[in-house]
Design a binder for this molecule. Structure first.
Ligand code: ATP
Ligand code: MG
Length: 261
């Protein structure tokens, strides 16, 4: 039975999408079968997977959510799961923002994404949901569907702010909606080793969360290779196999798996 992960951070630009994408390929390299779900209407993850025009994809996660809300039958897996270099994905598009608006008018609609993903659990070792930096109805759905949250923190963005509130929300969702939910850990991303900031923020994160939430040993260095690999729609493992960021994402995948025992 596969695990459902969600990458999250309440700030934009904390490398959620880059982490989802590269973690997926690192897990694949360890022999895992992985599905990525783009759950952000910006569709950045879909672009990483080479989707040039997300609006032209016939069945996106937005369509599936609409069908689920309307109690319509979902199409077959083959109509919405695509594959690129050994990793499967479900695209997103702007349509997801219409879903967001619709969800707010529905009662008890926290489990829509969960209901879409549960039938897929048996087919994968890991399902990773990439989310937007907001705490609206969509992310409540993602938290209701996930087993584990990977919180990305970008030290350059005063990323500690808002973290406590988010962790509180995770606890609320666990007691009210999804008792399987836990925080897998905090991942420091876009760290610039030349500055002291990464060290300072890491210590601050440790002081605050030690004994409470795991902080991954792996941290992701800031490197131009990331932007380049996204531009070429290639995972780091293929675009820059020797890059330190590639190694960091490989280690992160191992940490996640070992953690699970
Ligand atoms: N390790 C890194 N080194 C350098 N640049 C990075 C790194 N990780 C991510 N970036 C760049 O930072 C930007 C933000 O990354 P990404 O899109 O993954 O963040 P996000 O948290 O998903 O943002 P959003 O909240 O808008 O969805 C991108 O331009 C990406 O290429
Ligand atoms: Mg993103």
């Amino acid at each position: 039975m596969g695990k459902i992960y969600m990458t999250a951070c309440m700030k934009g630009g904390c490398a959620k999408t880059v982490t989802t994408y590269n973690l997926a390929y690192s897990l694949k390299e360890l022999g895992k079968k992985v599905l990525c779900v783009d759950f952000d209407s910006q569709a950045n993850l879909s672009t990483c997977f080479g989707v040039e025009n997300p609006a032209a994809v016939p069945v996106t996660i937005g369509h599936l959510m609409m069908a689920q809300i309307d109690d319509d039958e979902l199409p077959g897996f083959k109509e919405y799961i695509r594959s690129r270099n050994g990793v499967d994905f479900i695209s997103s598009s702007m349509m997801l923002s219409a879903v967001d608006a619709k969800l707010r008018l529905e009662m008890g609609a926290e489990k829509m994404l969960s209901e879409i993903l549960e039938p897929l659990r048996d087919r994968y070792d890991a399902i990773i949901i990439d989310t937007a930096p907001t705490l609206g109805a969509l992310n409540i759905n993602a938290l209701a569907a996930a087993d584990e949250v990977i919180i990305t923190v970008n030290p350059q963005l005063l990323a500690m702010m808002g973290l406590q509130d988010f962790i509180k929300t995770v606890k609320k969702i666990r007691t009210r909606v999804n008792d399987r939910l836990s925080v897998a850990g905090i991942l420091l991303t876009m760290c610039d080793a030349r500055t002291n900031l990464c060290k300072v923020i890491t210590e601050q994160v440790r002081d605050t969360f030690e004994g409470q939430i795991r902080i991954f040993e792996s941290w992701i260095p800031n490197t131009v290779k990331v932007g380049e690999s996204v531009y070429y729609s290639e995972p780091l493992i293929e675009y820059a196999p020797e890059s330190n960021a590639t190694k960091a994402y490989k280690n992160l995948a191992k940490e996640l798996i070992n953690y699970e025992g």
